[in-house]
Ligand binder design. Structure first.
Ligand code: ATP
Ligand code: MG
Length: 426
């Protein structure tokens, strides 16, 4: 332990668990990479107003959770709390939407920062893989994204997740509903706290998202958005549902699902996992037809999602899923004596250049300690050589699975090893 520790609400990814995070990022992005989504990377911080305008001034993310700061040069920046606003900003800046190929389909993977109360599954630094499909209004696109997320979770071996689906309406029907809901909420003469009162005025839909039981009790009988959807929104939503059902993707209609970002319109969805306790959302997303204009761009109806890598790993652990993570090392070399060190180190370098994952017993330890390390490395083969082996032009090749050991001519070692590693069942 040093004098320092990871800051509150953060944690380090260290081997062997860190391998799961890489595998999860890989598994979530694989279906996207296979479906026309190109990789995008944006800075870890942005102009604070991008989020204030894009995500919404009244959201918890912006008003409470954002790491905003002023630089020495006087720029007002914020560590990115989410990915969508940045990705859309970058796509507009690069004119990707003008290349005549809509939708612009992008995927990303990175760290996000929110000043939250740390608890299991809720951190101040966390990681997401996300996807955005920009510039097209088509229910098949909404369906595609949900299907790809479902495919990603399934490919990881997760089964205890559910998909919650809702429509938030559009700029025609949502304002009418908003007013009806506001009327209902204002008339509640039961005592609501100050903040909820304020929320009723700024963002009444989010009151429906309140998880507190005393608040939920008062919401019984509130007008439901479903009853206010305009015909266009209804038809759009129905088409998304039909396409999901045809794809065999099971979802639950959840008319209370509003999500914490202002930019969503029409389709919204959340992936929840039943093994995670209160931080149950492993991912979420939806359509955001108005966001581009909110940040000064042209009208670009879009849809996207972000899946939380940290919570996905927790979900895997909750389900007891062991990801098939191959051993990092295939061959481990153990030299006995100075001359053998030089020869084996050369062999290790050669094997690595030929693409064989190889490691070496550094530090001149004895045979016993070195063999322990060989075992721990998970290597399939160990190479041991002492003076006598070298005098005969050999090394000892030990198969760590069968325990068999044989002398192999130094000149043949690489070929023999590569042959055995590529053999079926190796
Ligand atoms: P929650 O309701 O749990 O606060 P959210 O609606 O704020 O989630 P989104 O902004 O939709 O979450 O982000 C998508 C995903 O990113 C979440 O489903 C979750 O898996 C992950 N995520 C969000 N905030 C955190 C956090 N503080 N720590 C870890 N993962 C997070
Ligand atoms: Mg949140």
């Amino acid at each position: 332990m040093s004098t320092f520790q990871a800051p509150k609400g953060t944690y380090d990814l260290t081997p062997p668990r860190s391998a799961k995070f890489l595998a999860v990022r890989e598994a979530i992005s694989a279906p996207l990479r296979n479906s026309g989504y190109g990789y995008i990377e944006t800075p870890g911080f942005e102009d604070v107003n991008l989020f204030a305008r894009g995500v919404g001034e009244s959201t918890d993310i912006v008003s409470k959770e954002m790491y905003a700061f002023e630089t020495k040069g006087g720029d007002k920046l914020a560590l990115r709390p989410e990915g969508t606003a940045s990705v859309l900003r970058a796509a507009l800046e690069a004119n990707l939407h003008k290349a005549g190929n809509l939708p612009v389909k992008l995927w990303y993977s990175g760290s996000y920062y929110r000043y939250e109360r740390p608890q299991a599954g809720r951190y101040r630094h966390f990681s997401q893989v996300g996807a955005e499909a920009i510039g097209t209004e088509d229910p098949a696109l909404d369906a595609e994204l949900i299907i790809l997320a479902d495919q990603a979770y399934r490919s990881l071996g997760l089964t205890r997740f559910r998909i919650l689906l809702n429509s938030l309406g559009d700029k025609e029907c949502r304002p009418v509903y908003r007013e009806a809901l506001q009327g209902f909420l204002r008339d509640l003469d039961l005592d609501l706290d100050e903040e909820t009162r304020r929320r009723i005025e700024i963002n009444p839909l989010r009151v429906l998202d309140d998880k507190r039981t005393d608040v939920r009790k008062q919401l019984v009988g509130a007008p439901m958005l479903r009853d206010y959807l305009c015909d266009a929104c209804k038809a759009y939503h129905e088409e998304v549902r039909v396409l999901l059902t045809a794809a065999g993707v099971v979802y639950e209609d959840d008319e209370k699902l509003v999500r914490g970002l202002d930019y969503y319109t029409r389709t919204t969805f959340e992936f929840v996992h039943d093994g995670l306790g209160s931080q149950s959302a492993v991912g979420g997303g939806g359509r955001y037809d108005g966001l581009s204009e909110m940040i000064g761009g042209p009208a670009l109806p879009s849809v996207g999602w972000a899946l939380g890598v940290d919570r996905t790993v927790l979900a895997l652990e909750a389900e007891g899923v062991e990801l098939p993570i191959p051993a990092a090392t295939s061959v481990y070399a153990v030299p006995l004596g100075e001359e053998a060190r030089r020869v084996l180190f050369g062999l290790v370098t050669q094997l690595r250049r030929e693409g064989v994952a190889t490691d070496f017993a550094f530090g001149g330890r004895g045979l016993k300690g070195a063999m322990k390390s060989a075992n721990r490395s998970g290597a399939r083969f160990t190479l041991v050589a002492g003076e006598r082996d070298l005098a005969e032009g050999n090394v000892q090749l030990k198969d760590m699975e069968s325990g068999e050991q044989e002398a192999v001519a130094l000149a043949d070692v690489s070929e023999v090893i590569r042959g055995r590693l590529s053999a079926p069942g190796a």
